[in-house]
Design a protein around this ligand. Structure first.
Ligand code: PEP
Ligand code: MG
Length: 753
């Protein structure tokens, strides 16, 4: 706990207040957290926040630490009423050594103020705009000094904007009588979780089965179309699809855009076209014929048990819709997600790529977690994504404007101008690239001069630009699976080689870590034959799949080895659960090297081979593993999920997904110590590496190397400069001594408040 003379620390650190937002479910809870933080820092018993509502000319108690919590929302006063009201009226601090003796003191029944003597109220203002009043109280008489008044005033100034936003949000959702479940039209604001940061303002479009339903097309039965019309529609559809393909290729070179190939193929499929034309010749109207044939294909596809067909159904419906629209001149494609915020119950990474090609503005995902791969991909694609479980959003009127403040996990329905301006202004500040660049340095160091390596995670080649701009110290993780996910077949060795070569050339001179295929879990290959699994995260995922499809593994390793000729590359194996698996992977690399040598091809001779620490089974044999492998990368996203048995994509258990669980931290310590003992590099490449909250803990564990999505580099560089290793070590020791999550939470709250 800070001593009184340390009060100024709060002023400097209060920028971290936004961190409180992240784990907070409601604004009321957020305000409550502020009061707790302030009582701790000001070393007093009470802190209360009153918000001012101009319409009612009233100050309302909204949060309190120390007074009767039942008084919240009940204690109301007019401006000028009591000491609190006076502070707002006169726009100045009111400090009383024995408040009850003041003529302005007003006693509120049941609030529990009787035992408190000293009182300090400071108005919360933005310019001359009245936001509320913050009050602190102590049982001791004459407790608050002139310095306390200064400090408390400064804190209030710093918090004013945040509290104003909280008041705005509370007002938006405040109902006199809340129905148990708000009706959609009443929803103004929804609090979800951030999947990919950013802000988007647009109307929405729901992706679900009903939307892919052809029946929604109101075909005018009376109007007749000639065969020539139908041919024209086919041509136009093909032209559109080819155009989309080209656009996508430019945006995502590593995808070499095979997304629309399947659809073009379908359009050219004789079976498909013949069926349509033969129905017409049998008397059916053209639009009806299209609907019927598409319907027939969907039925056929859905009868076959193969995940491959999930994609095909989507494709055939998409083609059918496009064809129909081109035929009947339907109002601009109903499936055109261009400039829309997409609302989806479920989305796979390949869907996200398809949507991206249509230049969507944002995504609201009604299932999935913040570390799910669709969220990871959305970050690379710079698409703001919020995860929330408000299913009623599925019936949102498409004309409704929605504002996604994804960084905060907020969804505003029909926001007013004030909200829009506030959020966009903040976002402009955040996106000041030159400012962000200045936050990064070539060889980052802690406040006490200890060098730390900050590398980039690359999901798509497009990420390289930001990684270079923000001075990444190499690539700590290239997720090779993304180019695999969008194709309709395993990419060939040559195709992979071209992609990996572009990657390696994208950061000349720096070390590039390529992880072998990590398919499975929530990353599904439509063309793989492994079928549906009950527990895909525990199934044929990752290295297991590579061993099963040895030909695919070999092609990938050969492509990687070739791309590394004359370069500094490392190979990383995901989901390793035993020494045996690592040795097996190693032997496949050796076999590939022999082959390439025999073929006279150029390749990297002795690349470093590393292990992803994602499974708890590694921890107990880490000493032996550290002797064997060249480097380690801790994938906290999976490590936490497997250690704690908490699905990383399941929002319902998100509160149990705790990076700072004592078992997680102690296990990480074992890994770091073993690597230190054997002189092997160990880094963290899961999302824990990009959260400033955990940097001191991780440094304290001895970690000096991190890899993260490039967009997070500036904030982590900045945080690093504020930290001192001895303090980090002290913190980590204190945390490692705890066995209860609640104790760790308290310690971290203390440090971050
Ligand atoms: C991880 O598990 O932390 C990791 C980096 O791998 P991925 O997120 O791709 O599963
Ligand atoms: Mg992983």
């Amino acid at each position: 706990m800070y001593t009184k003379r340390d009060h100024t620390k709060l002023i400097c650190d209060v920028g971290e207040i936004t961190a409180l937002f992240h784990d907070t479910l409601s604004m009321e809870e957020f305000l409550q957290k502020i009061t707790v933080m302030i009582t701790r820092h000001m070393e007093c018993e009470v802190c209360s926040i009153y918000l001012y509502y101009a319409d009612e000319h009233e100050l309302v108690l909204k949060a309190t630490k120390g007074l009767n919590p039942d008084s919240v929302n009940k204690v109301r006063m007019k401006i000028g009423e009591g000491l609190t009201g006076l502070a707002l009226k006169e726009k100045r601090p009111i400090c009383e050594g024995q408040a009850k003796n003041s003529p302005n003191f007003r006693f509120f029944q049941g609030i529990g103020e009787e035992k408190f003597e000293s009182f300090l109220a400071v108005p919360i203002l933005r310019g001359s705009v009245e936001i509320g009043v913050m009050v602190i109280q102590s049982m001791k008489k004459d407790y608050f000094s002139a310095e306390d008044i200064q400090v408390f005033r400064a804190i209030t100034v710093q918090l004013a904007a945040t509290i104003e936003t909280a008041r705005l949000l509370i007002t938006l959702n405040d109902k006199k009588e809340k129905p148990p479940k708000p009706l959609l039209q009443d929803l103004k604001f929804i609090k979800g979780r951030c999947g990919s940061e950013g802000v988007a303002l647009a109307t929405t479009m729901v992706v679900n089965e009903s939307l892919t339903d052809m029946q929604q097309y109101k075909v005018d039965g009376g109007k007749q179309y000639s065969e020539a019309d139908l041919h024209r529609a086919f041509e136009e559809t093909e032209r559109q699809l080819a155009g989309l393909q080209v656009k996508l290729e430019a945006a995502l070179p590593d995808m070499t855009a095979l997304i629309f190939t399947a659809q073009i193929l379908m359009l050219k499929d004789k079976g498909f076209t013949d069926s349509i034309f033969s129905l017409i010749r049998g008397g059916a109207n053209s639009p009806q014929a299209i609907v019927e044939v598409v319907h027939d294909y969907v039925l056929k596809f859905s009868r076959i048990e193969d995940s491959y067909l999930r994609e095909k159904i989507y494709d055939v419906k998409d083609v059918g819709r496009r064809l129909l629209e081109n035929l009947i001149g339907h109002s601009k494609a109903q499936h055109d997600y261009h400039d829309k915020i997409v609302i989806a119950k479920e989305l796979f990474p390949s869907d996200a790529l398809k949507l991206f090609s249509q230049k969507i503005k944002g995504i609201i995902l009604l299932s999935g977690g913040a570390t799910s791969h669709v969220a990871i991909l959305a970050r690379s694609l710079n698409i703001p994504l919020v995860v929330c479980d408000e299913l009623s959003l599925l019936s949102l009127d498409p004309a409704t404007e929605v504002l996604l403040d994804a960084s905060m996990g907020f969804v505003y329905i029909s926001p007013d101008q004030f909200v829009k301006t506030q959020i966009f202004q903040r976002e402009d500040l955040n996106h000041n690239i030159s400012g962000l660049k200045k936050m990064t340095q070539e060889h980052p160091k802690t406040g006490d001069g200890v060098a730390v390596k900050f590398m980039a995670n690359i999901n798509l080649l497009g990420d390289l630009k930001a990684a270079n701009e923000f001075k990444a110290d190499g690539v700590g993780l290239y997720r090779t699976e993304f180019p695999f996910m969008i194709r309709s077949n395993f990419p060939s060795e040559e195709e992979q080689y071209l992609i990996y070569r572009r990657l390696v050339e994208g950061m000349p001179g720096k070390e590039i870590t390529l992880r072998t295929l990590d398919i499975g879990g929530d990353k599904i290959l439509s063309y793989s034959d492994y079928g549906k699994e009950e527990n895909p995260f525990l199934g044929l995922r990752s290295i297991r799949l590579s061993f099963k499809h040895l030909d695919v593994f070999v092609a990938q390793l050969r492509a990687i080895l070739r791309s590394g000729a004359g370069r500094r590359i490392r190979i990383l194996f995901p989901m390793i659960s035993s020494m045996d698996e690592f040795l097996q992977a190693k032997s496949v690399v050796q076999e590939c090297a022999h082959q390439l040598k025999a073929e006279g091809k150029e390749f990297i001779k002795n690349p470093k081979l590393g292990i992803m620490v994602e499974l708890p089974s590694i921890v107990e044999i880490i000493d032996e593993m550290a002797r064997e492998a060249d480097f380690f990368s801790i994938g906290t996203n999976d490590f936490i999920q497997y250690m704690l048995a908490v699905d990383r994509t399941n929002d319902r258990v998100a509160q149990l997904y705790l990076p700072y669980h004592p078992s997680v931290l102690r296990a990480l310590k074992k890994v770091v110590d073993a690597c230190g003992k054997h002189g092997k590099e160990v880094s963290v490449c899961g999302d824990m590496a990009n959260d400033p909250k955990y940097l001191s803990l991780l440094l304290g564990l001895g970690l000096r190397c991190f890899s993260m999505d490039a967009r997070y580099l500036p904030r982590m560089h900045e945080r690093l400069g504020q930290l001192f290793i001895p303090e980090c070590e002290k913190l980590t020791q204190e945390v490692l001594a705890q066995s209860q999550i609640s104790r760790v939470t308290q310690i971290l709250e203390r440090v971050h408040s």
